[in-house]
Design a protein around this ligand. Structure first.
Ligand code: NAG
Ligand code: NAG
Ligand code: NAG
Ligand code: NAG
Ligand code: NAG
Ligand code: NAG
Ligand code: NAG
Length: 842
């Protein structure tokens, strides 16, 4: 009912007026007229609207009494509406207005501003910033204090700061809480610049001021703000050194947020060196800071290259216990300088929760300022030689024992290119840490940080960009870990060496293994992750939806973007559906794969059209037609019937093959009866086959690929090879013989299987423990489904059929099984069976 009346209002307005304002009858009656290219204030909106959005229009002049009709207005949005003039009575009758934004217009606060201010007595939030462009902000500007003086309810003020601002004594009567200076062109920061501002201000943003001259900075600038709690000088280019001096009036006081980030000057290209001046923190520079109780301290991007002893986090710092969040990112000092000071003081950082030390862009080479020699004598840390993987004759590695602040929860040390080769941190008491992001940390040895196993409560760990080989053998147990991000960390090496480092994180709900050059992910790596809900495997080399996922009963989202998947088989599509619950859908991302739109896979294309699971936003995927030309699944769906009529042609080829084979089967007994030599028979058969295969564009490098485990080695080398190559003249590919070193085994297996006519799995009890078994099975499955592979034969060597590993049974329906008994491995009957199956496709 309510909805329909709402629609009715909207409809009436639409039909009855010349503009397209949208009226919304919510808790506040509002009219949204933004970006409609209006040139004046519409006079036909409902009288009692409380909220009017006229931003991004083309209003020009606000004429007398423009808003007289809308006396109920509480909020008025006029930003970026090209207003350049306000007539003396332009804003009259807006007595209820509490919020107004005039940002981004072309108004002059000391002329037009006057007419605005006199009419909005009850304003609370006023945004008058970004008016006029920087070229005309020079000279003196008078901020009309007598008009401001009337605005006793004003709390938030956002305004531009001109080169030489003049704030009159009237400002003293305001009860401002927050001031934001924007478009800051101020030249000088004097003791008396803000002297008339009220002492009620608790929040001050003096940011992005780029024109201040060093000689014009006086340290009592902020004296008029004794109650200040939030101070930001971010982007104001007076250098951190000056910024720290401006803290003079706050000695022994408290600040909630102190943002002194990015206070560098743009490089001066006139000078010979374009390197911005480096900052070294000294006791003198931090003398005021050390007396202030600060909760959040941001010193990011300041080109700090070193911290001298007793200047930071040292025992003179009175209120270390106030700190909750510190950001030191984007500087150039190694953690070592800080670490040295923290060894003693970090227990005093008793409330520190967030520590950010990221984006340290330059390798720190100079040890000039390192207090190494002195502290070495004090024997506070020791050289560590015993660690072989990291011991480097040239660099002796120091281990620095730093106790962690007791409540530290969140540690971000991403993209650090500094110190690690020199220093290893041995952090103690890591129990409080929940979140650790150390992605792209430039390490040669790992761990840079030792994490105590019994105290390990990490919930989030990002190890992207760090070669997992550095740690996969000594990764601690993460009992609480929920999120593990390992993008681009060479995870394929763990798979290749069958080292399952995920065993140490059994409670993961989110796992990201993107960009890891994975050809496969074995079931054994994932099947214990019972809570896993999100799995990202994007940008790998997967050929198939990995069957490992079928063990993950809680999986709700799978990202396979940018792999080499050519189709999704029906067992997976139905599994995805079964993963949906009443409230949740299953998310599958498969963009960036090269799908096959040939006849065999038309089922998948049709599934894309009908599935109820959530796919990528763009539901059109690249795919390849049977003749090799590239198109999209959208196009294929459109022309579904015309495209797949071709399928009959392919079918014809299959019929052809069948006829050839059947004919042969009929000839066969006769041939045997007449004791034809097998070789002649095969010769003829091969000729026939070649004709068929060339018709189907199939060409093979090998006749047979033989896959075997360690226990099968003797039989394969002693008996099988002999039979295959000498007696039956087949071209055989053996991993031990035909693979060359230095190339990825995955690549070689994939190539060998796809260019072999048949594959023989010589299954022994140890078969699945060979490193690439699962991968070979996957590849065989794929080749089979692409019809490049014609026959899969299992030779059960020392194993009963019922003991054949389940992974192999997944291709059960497609394989021929030959059992060889343990005591008669030269059993002629079985070998002949094998021969027949290899040479004839049945
Ligand atoms: C607007 O009002 C002022 C006086 O309040 C008057 O001087 C001026 O002429 C009016 N402008 C127009 C265009 O009516
Ligand atoms: C005014 O703006 C403030 C801050 O943007 C907002 O919290 C408040 O709800 C607004 N008041 C009205 C009446 O719209
Ligand atoms: C704004 O108005 C004042 C007073 O008329 C004038 O001195 C100043 O130059 C004006 N500023 C601009 C940018 O027009
Ligand atoms: C001042 O502005 C801030 C940020 O927009 C807002 O959260 C706060 O509510 C405003 N204060 C008042 C009194 O409206
Ligand atoms: C500004 O204030 C500081 C601290 O009170 C004082 O030392 C300095 O002399 C003042 N500067 C000027 C120019 O008055
Ligand atoms: C492949 O087949 C499609 C549709 O049958 C056709 O439009 C396209 O031109 C063919 N491409 C080539 C290279 O033959
Ligand atoms: C795709 O779905 C639409 C609507 O559900 C249906 O009309 C169309 O026939 C489907 N196309 C194919 C090829 O199944």
């Amino acid at each position: 009912m309510k909805f329909s009346s709402l629609l009715l209002v909207a409809f009436l307005l639409h039909s009855g007026t010349t503009h397209d304002c949208v009226i919304i009858n919510g808790s506040h009656f509002r009219a949204d007229c933004h970006n409609l290219n209006l040139t004046d204030i519409p006079q036909d909106l409902p009288k009692d609207i409380e909220f009017l959005d006229l931003s991004e229009n083309n209003l020009g002049v606000i004429v007398n009494k423009s808003f007289a009709r809308y006396s109920h207005l509480k909020t008025l949005e006029l930003q970026y509406s090209k207003i350049h003039t306000v007539q003396p009575e332009g804003f009259d009758d807006l007595d209820n207005l509490v919020n107004v934004s005039l940002a981004g217009n072309e108004l002059n606060i000391s002329t037009d501003g006057l007419f605005v201010l006199k009419s909005i007595r009850n304003i609370i939030n006023l945004d008058f910033s970004s008016n006029t462009d920087s070229s005309v902000k020079t000279g003196y500007l008078f901020y009309p204090d007598t008009a401001f003086q009337q605005l006793t309810k004003l709390r938030n003020l956002s305004i531009d700061l001109y080169e030489h601002p003049v704030f009159g004594p009237g400002f003293r009567y305001l009860k401002l809480h927050s001031i934001q200076f924007k478009r800051c062109s101020i030249k000088a920061l004097r003791n008396n610049t803000f002297v008339y501002f009220p002492d009620s201000v608790i929040e001050l943003h003096l940011t992005e001021c780029k024109l201040i001259e060093d000689k014009n900075i006086e340290i009592n600038l902020l004296y008029p703000f004794p109650q200040l709690s939030i101070l930001s000088l971010s982007g104001t280019s007076i250098y951190l050194t000056k910024g720290l001096e401006l803290l003079y009036p706050f000695r022994n006081k408290s600040l909630e947020i102190l943002d002194l980030s990015h206070m560098v000057k743009p490089p001066n290209y006139d000078k010979q060196s374009s390197i911005p001046d480096a900052i070294i923190l000294t006791t003198e520079k931090t003398q005021y800071l050390k007396t202030i109780c600060v909760k959040t301290l941001a010193l990011a991007d300041n080109n700090i290259v070193d911290i001298l002893p007793h200047s930071f986090f040292d025992s003179d710092w009175k209120h270390l216990d106030c700190l909750e969040h510190i950001d030191l990112s984007g500087n150039r000092f190694g953690f070592s300088s800080l670490g040295f000071q923290m060894r003693k003081t970090s227990p005093k950082l008793s409330n520190l929760k967030i520590f950010d030390f990221s984006y340290i862009p330059l390798r720190y080479k100079s040890a000039n300022y390192l207090p190494v020699t002195k502290d070495l004598k004090a024997n506070q840390f020791r050289f560590k030689h015993e660690d072989e993987s990291c011991s480097d004759a040239a660099h002796s590695i120091l281990t620095l024992n730093v106790p962690l602040p007791p409540r530290l929860e969140f540690v971000r040390i991403t993209r650090v290119l500094g110190a690690p080769p020199l220093i290893k941190l041995n952090l103690q008491n890591t129990a409080s840490v929940r979140y650790l992001d150390m992605s792209y940390y430039d390490v040669k040895c790992f761990p840079v940080i030792f994490i105590n196993e019994t105290e390990n409560n990490l919930e989030y760990l990002d190890l992207s960009g760090i070669d997992c080989e550095l740690y996969y053998k000594n990764i601690p147990f993460f009992r609480a870990l929920k999120t593990l991000i390992m993008r681009g960390s060479h995870f394929y090496r763990a798979v290749e060496n069958n080292i399952n480092l995920l065993l140490n994180a059994p409670n993961l709900t989110k796992l990201d293994l993107s960009s890891n050059s994975l050809f496969t992910i074995p079931s054994s790596f994932l099947k214990h992750l019972k809570s896993l809900a999100t799995l990202r495997l994007s940008h790998n080399y997967l050929n198939n939806v990995p069957s490992a996922i079928e063990d993950l009963r809680n999986l709700r989202s799978l990202d396979l973007t940018g792999n080499r998947i050519f189709t999704v088989f029906p067992n997976f599509t139905s599994w995805f559906h079964s993963q949906r619950t009443i409230n949740t859908t299953f998310h599958l991302q498969i963009l960036g794969n090269d799908f096959s739109c040939s006849c065999e896979h038309q089922g998948f294309i049709r599934w894309l059209n009908t599935t109820k699971i959530t796919l990528d936003k763009v539901k059109s995927y690249k795919c390849r037609l049977a003749n090799g030309s590239s198109t999209t699944t959208q196009v294929v769906l459109h022309n579904f019937h015309s495209l797949f009529t071709n399928c009959y042609a392919t079918t014809w080829l299959y019929i052809g093959i069948s006829i050839v084979i059947s004919a042969f089967i009929i000839i066969l007994p006769t041939a045997v009866i007449f004791n034809f030599r097998w070789r002649i028979l095969f010769f003829l058969y091969r000729k026939f086959r070649k004709i068929v295969e060339s018709n189907m564009n199939l060409s093979y490098e090998y006749d047979v690929f033989v896959s075997y485990g360690y226990n099968g080695y003797t039989w394969v080398q002693g008996t099988l090879i002999d039979k295959l190559e000498t007696d039956w003249r087949l071209n055989v590919c053996l991993e031990d013989r035909n693979f060359i070193g230095g190339k990825s085994n995955y690549e070689q297996i994939a190539h060998a299987i796809s260019s072999s006519r048949h594959i023989i799995f010589v299954v022994t009890s140890d078969f699945m423990s060979k490193p690439f078994a699962a991968y070979e099975i996957d590849q065989a499955k794929e080749a089979k489904s692409c019809r490049t592979l014609q026959k899969v034969i299992l030779v059960a060597l020392d194993i009963c059929i019922q003991d054949i590993p389940t992974d192999l049974r997944s291709i059960w329906s497609d394989v021929s099984v030959i059992e060889l008994s343990d005591n008669n491995r030269d059993d002629q009957l079985s070998l002949e069976n094998l021969r027949t199956r290899l040479l004839l496709n049945f």
